[in-house]
Design a protein around this ligand. Structure first.
Ligand code: 13P
Ligand code: SF4
Length: 359
């Protein structure tokens, strides 16, 4: 989505409030906007003073997303932007693995994460040690890791991917003669990508893994891990059936971290950016996003004529930790700074650079 320059350049709290109201009145109650406009005005003023930029993931709450963000996007877009930024400070309004990625790609900048505990269940599901063990078990097999991993995993990885380029990365490796690829850590993304590129997938670390599941029995195969996104794993085919019963004309979009059954039952699947573009470009009476609920509000704020249904009982507790209050405190107090050992960053950067080189 595009930065709202007018809000960012507003000369007073009152003007900030009026401009925020024009954009957000469908999704944020007025009494809350009064409070948020004051915070947004202070953040925008301080950001200019400190030569800072705010990168906001598409899951950020609508007031923050539309009033203080210089760049909004999915993890791939934000990784590219952070690599190229010449700001002194990058405030990452997202989760820790995203802020780490920004630091790894642009180590001379100060990178701040407004909420210290903003983690991710996928990133927490795998360690560098786990990857070393897999590499010892499958020597020479390239390791592809989703960016939803911490620096210790990226340092053991050959090439990173995001939800928007995972299939491309697997195809790239297979075309270069790699018949086996280790794909970590998201079980569902791995299954969805395997189906997209038409390659079988095994989970060798699963206790029920059988002898016939030996990768040697397959001409080409992906080897996965069983990490899950605690948000997307909650969506069920039954949710889709229930919504379609009530709204037969709904168009349903599912993030590829949802189960393959959910992705197959949906009308479209793609990264958060692709979902935003789909709703913008395809006319439908109403849409349902099977992903973090704030994104629906962010779309409505920019496309007020679009009707979004909500399944808002499913939220990302980590993304939701990032508030305007904490973003202001982050700017004022330079907190919470991302610092990583240089050697780890150098090894992790190689895997991100390889991803960014693939067109
Ligand atoms: P995107 O890269 O599609 O924005 O996804 C990031 C994420 O964490 C989804 O849960
Ligand atoms: Fe991690 Fe899932 Fe939250 Fe995305 S939505 S940050 S994958 S826990």
């Amino acid at each position: 989505m595009t930065k709202n320059t007018a809000i960012q350049n507003a000369a007073s709290i009152e003007e900030t409030y009026e401009l925020m109201k024009a954009r957000l009145s469908r999704v944020v109650p007025d009494f809350e906007l009064v409070h948020k406009a004051e915070l947004a005005f202070k953040i925008n003023r301080l950001k200019r003073h400190k030569n800072a930029v705010i990168l906001a993931h598409n899951y950020m709450e609508p007031a923050l997303y539309h009033s203080v963000s210089d760049y909004m996007g999915d993890s791939f877009e934000l990784a590219k932007i952070s690599a190229e930024s010449d700001a002194d400070i990058i405030i990452f309004c997202g989760v820790r693995f995203m802020a780490e990625t920004a630091k790894i790609l642009n180590p001379t900048r100060t990178v701040l994460l407004p909420a210290e505990k903003a983690g991710c269940s996928l990133a927490a599901s795998l360690t560098g040690d786990d990857v070393r063990k897999l590499k010892a078990r499958f020597p020479g097999v390239p390791v592809v890791s989703y960016v939803n991993t911490y620096a210790d995993v990226k340092a053991e990885t050959d090439i990173c991917c995001t939800s928007s380029n995972a299939a491309k990365v697997i195809t790239h490796l297979m075309e270069r003669g790699h018949d086996r690829v280790i794909f970590l850590p998201d079980e569902y993304l791995a299954k969805n990508v395997a189906a997209e590129v038409g390659i079988p997938i095994l989970f060798p670390s699963h206790p029920t893994s059988r002898k016939t599941d030996d990768p040697a029995n397959f001409e080409r195969v992906m080897l996965g891990w069983e990490g899950r996104c605690e948000v997307h794993e909650q969506f069920m085919v039954e949710d889709i059936e229930n919504v379609r019963k009530q709204f037969p004309d709904v168009v349903i979009l599912a993030h590829p971290e949802c189960s393959p059954e959910v992705v197959n039952a949906a009308d479209f699947s793609g990264s958060t950016r692709r979902m935003i573009e789909y709703v913008r470009d395809v006319d439908a009476p109403r849409y349902l996003l099977l992903t973090e609920c704030s994104m629906g509000d962010n779309i409505v704020a920019e496309n007020p004529h679009k009707e979004m249904l909500r399944l808002c009982s499913v939220r990302c507790p980590h993304m939701n930790l990032i508030t305007l209050e904490d973003t202001l405190a982050s700017l004022e107090q330079n907190r919470f700074e991302i610092n990583l050992p240089e050697d780890l960053m150098n090894r992790a950067r190689a895997s991100l650079d390889r991803m960014l080189e693939i067109r």
